[in-house]
Write a protein that binds this ligand. Structure first.
Ligand code: ATP
Length: 310
């Protein structure tokens, strides 16, 4: 039995339209399923907590954006008891892009119903002030998180989503924030080794390669290697950041001075001032200190027919 967690409101209502398409196929093929529609923020987490608290095996299919994926993985009681399928609807699509899953809903559904490949996906953990939150794509502090915070409260994404241009909202907000930002110093501890950086724009731990709607910030991130890939952008002029951002869509930003890349099992970001934090693009308010690492258990993902992991 498939359990669908559907965000009808993903991409300004496209979620519900896509669900009707998916449901028609399920009914036609007489596939047993149940569906839960999310009604408010963090509802997906609550639904999945209730569903998986029996510690039985479940196949959960998410129909929504990266935010819904994040809420769902945060509700899973035991990661190794769940098989996850994904039908992307959102505007960012970094989870689908990073795992190579089909972005077309009908193709994504076919891939789920006739799976040819399962992958074991690392799940990241963000720890702050004795609280924990899981992430599938990335979690970071500074400029990138500030963009997520502002996109969330701005009406721009809703407006642009109507024209299927939701991705542009990140670019527009990023531009605005870039010129109001005051980069500060940061201490980054990676597997016990301390690095000090001046004028940091952001520091991010990535499980997948892309974030922010297609920025390939860590081109070598591998979601099965039990490690996080870290990017720290520091000591670089704002104009250079502006030039660098478009190149990041192709992973070519790594050639710029001031782009620092690492791989580690555990990272700590320590900032002298509170900065915005995000987990999979979902705001986690302002924090000074974060610890990032991977869950010991992996999540079984109904993967792309031809995985794009390496
Ligand atoms: N019925 C609902 N009405 C309004 N918001 C909802 C509803 N259900 C879930 N949400 C919230 O919508 C937010 C965004 O959802 P989701 O990620 O699925 O879509 P998106 O924002 O269009 O895509 P992306 O995150 O890829 O940009 C989540 O934070 C979730 O809490």
């Amino acid at each position: 039995m498939y359990t669908f967690i559907t965000n009808p409101n993903a991409r300004s209502g496209l979620g519900l339209t896509r669900w009707h398409q998916v449901e028609a196929v399920l009914k036609e093929q007489k596939i047993p399923y149940q569906v839960y529609f999310t009604k408010y923020q963090n509802h997906a987490t609550k639904l999945v907590q209730e569903l998986t608290s029996d510690l039985e095996r479940h196949t959960i299919i998410v129909l929504g954006g990266d935010g819904t994926i994040n809420e769902v993985i945060n509700g899973i009681t035991s990661l190794d008891k769940v098989t996850l399928g994904y039908i992307p609807i959102g505007s960012s699509n970094d989870f689908a892009r990073g795992t190579g899953l089909p972005t077309d809903p009908v193709k994504a559904l076919q891939n789920i119903l006739t799976p040819s490949n399962y992958e074991h996906l690392n799940i990241g953990v963000l720890e702050y002030e004795q609280k924990r939150r899981r992430f599938a794509v990335s979690s970071g502090i500074g400029f990138d998180a500030g963009v997520c915070h502002e996109v969330m409260v701005s009406r721009l994404k809703i407006l642009l989503n109507r024209f299927r241009l939701g991705k542009l909202s990140y670019a527009a907000v990023a531009l605005h924030r870039l010129f109001t930002l005051k980069p500060s110093s940061m201490t980054v501890v990676l597997d016990g080794q301390t690095h000090h950086f001046e004028q940091v724009f952001f520091a991010t731990g990535m499980n997948l390669r892309y974030e922010g709607g297609g920025f390939k910030f860590c081109p070598h991130a591998d979601y099965q290697d039990d490690r996080l890939n870290i990017i720290v952008i520091s000591k670089i002029s704002k104009w250079k950041v502006l030039a660098l951002l478009p190149t990041a869509f192709f992973g070519l930003h790594t050639r710029f001075k001031g782009v620092n890349l690492f791989t580690c099992r555990e990272a700590q970001f320590i900032s002298p001032v509170p900065l915005p934090v995000h987990a999979d693009g979902e705001p986690v308010f302002l924090k000074r200190t974060l610890r990032l690492f991977c869950e010991p258990d992996k999540l079984r993902l109904i993967g792309a027919p031809t995985p794009k992991r390496l």
